[in-house]
Design a protein around this ligand. Structure first.
Ligand code: FE2
Ligand code: FE2
Length: 188
């Protein structure tokens, strides 16, 4: 079932429970059914959150490339990625989804440029191969924007899981390869 439909059903159930509680209290404030329904109402958000279980990524020390400002960029990318997953999982409005996607893309581009400049300035020998990976990623992301424009909300799950896997693998693999070279140039 689509997330939007699920959210609508949850909202409808919550609405019905509130009406039932109200009607129960009209007969008597001691009506046990109303009190049971209040407990159910309080449990719904907990169960809903557990069930929808957004794919959140946590920053781990092992992702560190040993260069503070690059780690900060990567942390920011992970947090934008999480915002984007939340936008999908909670079926938020189209403008929120678009904003989360655009923010993630523009920060990814900004970060790639910053990283490439750092490698260039420090004569990193694998610069060309690394830049090529960034370029492929940006091209893929642009295809995803097109996919989102065509399919809307339904495209987001595929986009979120690709971006999460790609970014984590890239940070934890390719990016880490420049650490030793840059450390030898005094960059920490
Ligand atoms: Fe990076
Ligand atoms: Fe990179």
């Amino acid at each position: 079932m689509e997330n939007r439909t699920k959210s609508f059903i949850y909202a409808a159930i919550i609405g019905l429970i509130i009406v039932a509680i109200f009607l129960g209290f009209l007969s008597s404030m001691a009506n046990p059914i109303s009190w049971i329904l209040i407990a159910v109402l309080l449990l719904i958000p907990v169960l809903y959150k557990k069930k929808s279980n957004p794919k959140q990524v946590q920053w781990r020390e092992e992702y560190s490339v040993g260069i503070a400002h690059i780690d900060d960029d990567h942390k920011k990318l992970i947090s934008l990625l999480n915002n984007f997953s939340i936008a999908y999982d909670y079926a938020m409005s189209e403008s929120f989804e678009k904003e989360a996607l655009n923010e993630l893309i523009s920060y990814t581009k900004y970060h790639f440029e910053r990283e490439e400049k750092m490698m260039e300035d420090n004569d990193y020998p694998d610069l060309i191969a690394h830049k090529a990976q960034h370029k492929v990623m940006i091209e893929q992301v642009e295809k995803f924007v097109q996919l989102y424009n065509d399919k809307g909300h339904d495209a987001l799950e595929e986009i979120a899981s690709f971006l999460t896997d790609w970014l984590i693998n890239h940070i934890n693999g390719t990016d880490k390869q420049y650490s030793a070279h840059l450390h030898s140039k005094g960059i920490h």
